[in-house]
Design a binder for this molecule. Sequence first.
Ligand code: SF4
Length: 222
Amino acid sequence: MDGDKKKYFRQLEDLYGDEIFLSLNNNAEKFPTGLIKKDDPNRLSIFKDKIKNCLKCDLGNLRKNFVFGSGDPNASLLIIGEAPGEQEDLSGEPFVGRAGKLLDKMLLAINRSRNNDVFICNVLKCRPPENRDPKKEEIDECEPYLINQIDLIQPKLIVALGRIAGKTLLGVEKSLKEMRGVLHKYHSRSLIVTYHPAALLRNPNWKHGAWEDFKLIQKLLD
Ligand code: SF4
């Protein structure tokens, strides 16, 4: 058995014990949500409980809190950042602090909120020290959880916040400028890339571009 397959079955074992459930989904290898029923209103909290003690990469030993993500389990809009920062690590919630407040305002402008048709999470569920960029091996271990979340939420549109989240999800080395304004695909879902709200706080001149992106988001969702 090659390394990828071993890793996949190890992940299944961690999540579901020694019983294996095969899905008819063509992407079964990427969507090992096994026993969790897609129409269970508690499906996300069940999944969170399965993975919240994860130690698959070194970040697990450094975290104060596991940051699963939060919001509407039936959201049509899934917002993804790169990784928790200091405030998120302390609180266990995604996008808190000033950047989170700005994100809330942007969502309000498209008639949505964290608990209304939006789910917010990160590629990594644990904070990298000093907010450094995620390492490839950390992404390799943690991204399957994100794919599971997508499988359970079934969003209509994914929005990656910032260059790092965008290039990580798309698997490309591109600038934010090259990724913005283009409808991409991530695991069969439409995805667009826009500014990270923390970058907008540092460079308010980018807010106009961000607003254009959010108008596009609204158009794609309506
Ligand atoms: S970052 Fe992801 S893979 Fe690494 S310990 Fe945390 S949950 Fe597990």
